[in-house]
Ligand binder design. Structure first.
Ligand SMILES: *Cc1c(COP(=O)(O)O)cnc(C)c1O
Length: 364
């Protein structure tokens, strides 16, 4: 009896997205092996954090790396590092007290994850409006002696935001660090160094999305002095960030995942995704979809293709419910009555299973 039978857990095929609530991604054999290896022995966690971080930094062309329990935990640790700097007293006072607890965010970038910054004890200072970027002068004027950092979310609210280049320039002119949330910004792999090369102090990625590391892992990549502060104040140290505890298994698993991710054959990967999309397009047409198209970007601007199909009749929401009931999760845009098929997390066998399920639901 396997674990699915023993606990009565259903499996599904993910043609939707790397959503945490649906498990997001599957780890590769490299990660599973690394986790099993490190799990069997006692080790000093600070040493694992340091050596694994240094190895990931070297792989990703960064000065330093810290492994957190996820991108959300990474936001919390970065925020705490910016507020505490090198002061034990300032760190111990978090989350209730502190002299420098303002973290600036553009209003358009406000999203469900900025609470992780607040959880560290920060006071979010929103600039601009939901769809109107603040002026550069507004950003400059908002920086005071109470400002600990500027946080920048890639893609979220991009139409109402100052570009990252300008934010970096202005923040750095005033001696303020910039925390970048790029949690879901893979592929391409180059994003692992692109934002730090632009000058960002700390850049956060989710380990459990497209990187296919452990679900409870995340990366903080960045400048040496900031990574040193993350190591000092982040777990295994106690204090406000202790709730971001990261296991040695997650650290080793993420290291193996990053290594595997960077050694992929990019061209073969592009072909794999394109072939999957071609099959989806063919199948939707066979189901009577007249408007079928491909977009070359993922839901938050990532570099991978997806297939869209406008329902010839009936509702896209209902169709995706039917698919779900037979174990295949797909996306739907209810406003436009469109199905969305994402090949990123599918094996070639699963691509065939998704196509078979589409044909089956079409006939239902
Ligand atoms: C997914 C996501 C997170 C959270 O990532 P976890 O690794 O699940 O904690 C944070 N920020 C953004 C922008 C995300 O897309």
């Amino acid at each position: 009896m396997d674990i699915f039978e023993e606990l009565g857990i259903r499996r599904y095929i993910n043609a939707q997205d790397t959503y945490t609530k649906y498990g997001a991604s599957c780890m590769g054999a490299e990660s599973l092996r690394a986790m099993a290896e490190i799990a069997g022995s006692m080790v000093d966690l600070a040493e694992v954090q340091e050596k694994t971080g240094d190895a990931i930094a070297a792989l990703t062309r960064n000065q330093g790396a810290y492994i957190s329990n996820g991108a959300a935990g990474g936001l919390m640790i970065c925020a705490a590092a910016c507020m505490a700097l090198d002061s034990e007293e300032a760190y111990r006072a978090l989350p209730e007290k502190g002299e420098r607890r303002d973290i600036i965010v553009q209003r358009a970038q406000h999203n469900i994850y900025d609470k992780s910054i607040v959880a560290a004890g920060a006071n979010l200072v929103f600039l601009g409006e939901e769809s109107v970027a603040p002026s550069e002068a507004e950003l400059t004027n908002a920086i005071t002696e109470k400002t600990a950092a500027v946080a920048y979310f890639i893609y979220h609210g991009r139409k109402g935001s100052l570009p990252l280049e300008r934010v970096l320039e202005i923040a750095h002119t005033h001696g303020v660090p910039v925390i970048v949330d790029a949690a879901a910004q893979n592929p391409p792999a180059e994003n692992l160094w692109r934002f730090t090369e632009m000058g960002s102090d700390m850049v956060i990625f989710s380990g459990g999305k497209a990187l296919c590391g452990p679900q409870d892992s995340g990366l903080i990549l960045g400048r040496r002095e900031w990574i040193a502060r993350c190591r000092r104040w982040g777990p295994p140290a106690d204090g406000v960030c202790r709730c971001c505890k990261t296991s040695r298994e997650a650290m080793a698993g993420l290291y193996a995942a990053v290594k595997a991710y960077l050694s992929r054959d990019e061209e073969a990967e592009r072909r794999r995704l394109s072939d999957a999309c071609a099959r989806f397009e063919q199948t939707l047409r066979a189901c009577g979809f007249a408007r079928v198209w491909r977009e070359e970007q993922g839901p938050v601007g990532q570099a991978f293709p997806r297939v869209f199909g406008e329902m010839p009749q009936g509702s896209a929401a209902l169709f995706s419910e039917k698919m779900k009931s037979i174990g295949v999760y797909i996306g739907s845009d209810e406003a436009d009555n469109v199905l969305i098929l994402n090949p990123l997390m599918l094996t070639s066998r699963q691509v065939k299973e998704v196509c078979a399920a589409l044909l089956r639901c079409h006939g239902m």
